[in-house]
Design a protein. Structure first.
Length: 301
């Protein structure tokens, strides 16, 4: 999949079926829009922004977003800087950017899609402009869960509250991330519970600080894990880390990228009076994580 961050440089592209949206979580609602775009003999393209216009934390990394779109069959992705587009007239945005430069012949979006300066453009205007151009327009209805529209805001709130089971249902897949393994303070190794440390990037949603059951994907293999997300109050950390112990894994993963899938919140982060007490708690949490993981095998991810 080609990733294009400069509309001018990406001009003269083949005709495409274009999915429009922020796609800041690629949740079940976004997937409905993507499915409509993919259901075409035309090349599939996605128009999105590098950061959500709302400025809210992302619920997936840019790398994970690109990888998932490519796996679904997207041929190219426009990852545009919102600041460079926000003052563009709504009609000019559609005519000049979508039709002329991107060469969209089929547009797909949700019914609440807005565009142009001051978010003045809506699906009614988009329909008029598509009719004028002879392009197709598919507007997908909202996808709901428990009687409420699925949105990145709902997912973000669920993750921040530690309600990972709800976040996973809204996403339609386990919430997680693929990040590089970095060096920590090696306290876990001394306790006999060696961990991998992954620093959560700036602008990424922060799960509720505490301990989670998880699956970790190392290459093509899966290992259950007990993951602490936070600042490690017992030993201290100057950044938010996901620190995961995989009891069944033995090896060196420094510098490699490991995918972590969160399954369920176990307990809040807390400070222990001694490293011995911390070690005992880690092992108790690992037994809990093992039971949770076995009930949700990686084949279901």
């Amino acid at each position: 999949m080609r990733i294009i961050d400069n509309i001018e440089a990406g001009a003269c592209q083949p005709p495409c079926s274009l999915a429009l949206g922020t796609f800041d979580g690629l949740h079940r609602g976004h997937m409905a829009v993507l499915k409509a775009a993919l259901d075409s003999p035309l090349e599939t393209a996605v128009f999105t922004f590098r950061r959500a216009p709302s400025g809210e934390p992302a619920v997936m990394t840019d790398e994970d977003k690109a990888a998932l779109l490519e796996s679904l069959g997207a041929n190219r992705m426009y990852a545009v800087d919102f600041a460079a587009m926000k003052d563009m007239d709504a009609q000019a945005f559609v005519r000049q950017t979508l039709f002329q430069r991107i060469n969209a012949r089929r547009l797909c979006c949700g019914e609440d899609f807005r565009f142009g300066r001051g978010a003045a453009g809506d699906t009614a205007l988009l329909r008029e402009l598509c009719w004028e151009r002879g392009a197709e327009l598919f507007v997908t209805p909202p996808v709901e869960l428990d009687g409420e529209k699925i949105s990145s805001t709902r997912i973000r709130k669920a993750v921040e509250a530690g309600n990972i089971s709800l976040a996973n249902r809204l996403l339609g897949r386990p919430f997680g991330f693929r990040l590089e393994v970095v060096h920590g303070n090696h306290i876990g190794t001394g306790l006999g519970t060696p961990t991998i440390n992954q620093a959560l990037p700036q602008g990424f949603v922060l799960p509720r600080f505490g301990v989670y059951a998880a699956w970790c994907q190392v290459g093509k293999e899966f290992f259950y894990g007990v993951c602490n997300i936070g600042v490690k109050p017992t030993v201290g950390s100057d950044q938010v880390l996901a620190e995961t112990w995989m009891p069944d894994f033995h090896g060196d993963l420094y510098g490699q990228k490991v995918r972590l899938f969160l399954l369920e919140f176990i307990r809040p982060e807390k400070k222990f009076s001694s490293l011995k007490e911390l070690k005992e708690e880690i092992r108790r949490n690992a037994r809990t994580a093992s039971a949770i993981a076995q009930a949700a095998p990686p084949e279901a991810l």
